[in-house]
Design a protein around this ligand. Structure first.
Ligand SMILES: C[S@@+](CC[C@H](N)C(=O)[O-])C[C@H]1O[C@@H](n2cnc3c(N)ncnc32)[C@H](O)[C@@H]1O
Length: 212
């Protein structure tokens, strides 16, 4: 199934059918399963050096896909937040022991540095530049040390493919180019430790491990 280009990320996943269908619609066909495996591999590499004693926030947790992964990886405490109660209702069903908070990522209800690590997967590529920077600042504020975030980053190959098909690269509204990504990190004062591509150059998905 081709991903829907989401123009209203705050609202899109508030609708119960979109929330209930998220995992099946996005990851159940062959392409989705392969992508999920590739993204999982990139995530495993990104979090590999993080101490399992970390208290972790999974921001924009959705149906708890990454939250469940973090729990399985053995982190001492995993907390999750999302703007959509409908998405978190799905997550709560399979993660009854995780605390979930309804929160906008640009205004999180947590103290400064209240988590060792903060993850944010599958959101930034849906946000315009202003909102993305606000979100990054907020994610950095609540993290004491590390962030693991995902961008949709377009290189020359995908730029060319897009010029032929006319489709939004990665099926998202706000993919960035390398220079934008670097500018974001500089503006927010985050240092890149490592990056892991899902499937370069065919996919825009890249997971970054950052330090404050
Ligand atoms: C594509 S889903 C990704 C969910 C999950 N992280 C994953 O990778 O499966 C994007 C999520 O971001 C949430 N979201 C959108 N805008 C948000 C905002 N401003 N603050 C917090 N969450 C937001 C949506 O409700 C949705 O659950």
């Amino acid at each position: 199934m081709r991903p829907v280009v989401v123009d209203d990320p705050k609202g899109h996943w508030q609708v119960t059918p979109n929330a209930e269908d998220y995992d099946r619609g996005r990851f159940s066909d062959v392409k989705g399963r392969v992508y999920r495996w590739l993204e999982g591999r990139a995530m495993s590499q990104a979090i590999q050096p993080l101490p399992r004693t970390d208290r972790v926030l999974d921001a924009a947790c959705g149906t708890g896909r990454i939250t469940a992964f973090l729990v399985k990886q053995g982190f001492a405490e995993v907390v999750a937040s999302d703007i959509s109660p409908a998405m978190m209702a799905v997550a709560r069903r399979h993660l009854p022991h995780v605390p979930f908070h309804q929160a906008d990522v640009t205004s999180l209800p947590f103290e400064d540095a209240s988590f060792d690590t903060v993850t944010c997967i599958g959101l930034l590529m849906h946000l315009d530049e202003n909102t993305r920077l606000k979100a990054l600042r907020e994610l950095a504020r609540v993290s004491r040390r590390s962030l693991v975030i995902q961008y949709g980053c377009v290189g020359a190959f995908l730029r060319f493919a897009t010029s032929l098909t006319g489709r939004a690269p990665g099926g998202v509204r706000h993919s960035v180019e390398e220079a934008d990504l670097r500018r974001d990190l500089k503006r927010v004062g985050l240092q890149e430790q490592a990056r892991f591509w899902a499937l370069r150059p065919f996919s825009t998905s890249v997971i970054l491990r950052l330090n404050k």
